[in-house]
Write a protein that binds this ligand. Structure first.
Ligand SMILES: [Zn+2]
Length: 413
């Protein structure tokens, strides 16, 4: 273990900075938990007292970040099994189990995660335990509970009265209640605010999205969060509800399957971050509707979203929208071994491998407000040494045996 003043020198075949540049034959000098210098190996040399790591055939990239996970959930695919599992777990049990999931994500190269809601705000406690050094794990930004209208997304009926898990979300109704909800989550220790503004819909043919929060509710929640210096993310589906989400102040839209040119223009105009969560949607098609316990209407929606999301991604990339990489791990996806697949799908959707890495590093770090995500002096030394070249073959990121992970300049064992 290296102490606060320890110096580490990594000489790599190439360094991917996280902002689109690739430096051939470069070295990175780390002092304590931060990067002190980046440059040609010949220029940096071997400063006194460094621990040198020689990796001539390898690629050094910033630690990967998953911008959309749910550490409270196991990834179990069937809806009924998902509910049964949650009903058995107390909040401390959720946090303890999540610690294992978080550590597994770290071992697979993900040095930071953004947790998009957890029952009881349990992941805020996990973040505190990791920050205090009680357990090893990635850096976490957590929203606590999401906020939704009564009976809305994540406040759906069907839980028995005796079931312990009734606060997957905090129901609020009206602008005043949403403002109070924002204040409560911030008091609890949230890093950002999550809203559920617009959702999937399949009761009218050809209409796939429905706005759930009113414009006044969205505006009040965003105003309160921004006034206190917090950003706001929203679960969205698309169409008019998505446009209103952006117009009324949300900083980052999740999923957003159904976009059109106007919505993309709004994202550019407002500087909105976009987390398309391609992987969770694709994952549905590894199972039959019966295996998942979804209705024929929901299945039709999943197919429509599958078609729409690629078009939305193409438009967003062309327009220069800030595209982030996030999986929705925890829902039908296990934590750790599959998070990298979102980068592969971004490449399938038209991004270059280097652009996909930028999405999962520098852009995600900006979204999270993290001083990581870039190989640059002053940044936190969250790094992954990859045996191979992910700018040529993104799939090397999926082989854990090829990864050597550093968090804050220390080896992750
Ligand atoms: Zn989610």
């Amino acid at each position: 273990m290296s102490g606060a003043g320890a110096r580490l020198l990594i000489r790599a075949g190439r360094v991917v900075t996280g902002t689109g540049a690739v430096l051939e034959g470069a070295s990175v000098l780390v002092e304590g938990e931060r990067i002190a210098a980046v440059g040609r190996s010949a220029d940096i040399g071997t400063p006194d007292g460094v621990r040198a790591v020689d990796a001539p055939g390898q690629t050094l990239i910033p630690g990967l970040i998953d911008a959309h996970v749910h550490l409270a959930y196991s990834g179990i695919p069937h809806k009924r099994a998902f509910r049964a599992e949650l009903a058995e777990l107390s909040y401390p049990a959720v946090a303890l189990r999540a610690a294992g999931y978080a550590r597994n994500s770290l071992r697979h190269g993900f040095t930071a995660l953004r947790d998009m809601h957890a029952p009881g705000g349990a992941i805020i406690d996990l973040r505190r335990a990791i920050d205090a050094g009680h357990v090893e794990g990635p850096r976490i930004k957590a929203c606590g509970r999401g906020l939704s209208v009564t009976g809305g997304h994540m406040d759906q009926p069907g839980w028995a009265d005796h079931a312990e898990f009734r606060d997957l979300t905090r129901p609020c109704d009206g602008p005043v209640a949403f403002r109070q909800g924002v204040r409560e989550e911030i008091k609890r220790g949230a890093d950002f605010i999550k809203l559920n503004t617009c959702v999937s819909f399949w009761k009218k043919p050809g209409v796939w999205c429905r706005q759930e929060m009113t414009n006044e509710e969205i505006a009040a929640a965003c105003d309160e969060a921004h006034m206190q210096g917090y950003t706001v993310a929203a679960h969205t589906s698309g169409d008019e509800g998505l446009a209103n989400t952006i117009i009324h102040g949300v900083d980052c839209v999740e999923h957003a399957h159904f976009c059109d040119e106007r919505i993309i223009e709004l994202m550019v105009k407002h500087g909105t971050y976009y987390v398309p969560t391609l992987l969770v949607n694709e994952r549905n098609f590894d199972f039959s509707p019966q295996e998942q316990g979804v209705s024929p209407g929901a299945w039709a929606w999943l197919n429509a979203a599958r078609e729409a999301k690629w078009k939305s991604l193409t438009m967003a990339r062309k327009a220069g929208v800030r595209i982030c990489s996030g999986t929705d791990a925890g829902f039908m996806l296990e934590h750790g071994p599959v998070n990298w697949k979102e980068l592969a799908l971004l490449v399938q959707g038209g991004l270059t491998p280097l652009e996909a890495i930028t999405a999962a590093t520098a852009t995600n770090a900006d979204l999270l407000g993290l001083e990581a995500g870039r190989v640059a002096p002053g940044r936190l030394a969250d790094l992954v040494l990859v045996d191979g070249d992910p700018t040529v073959d993104i799939a090397v990121l999926g082989e854990v045996g090829r990864l050597r992970v550093f968090k804050g300049g220390k080896d992750v064992v």
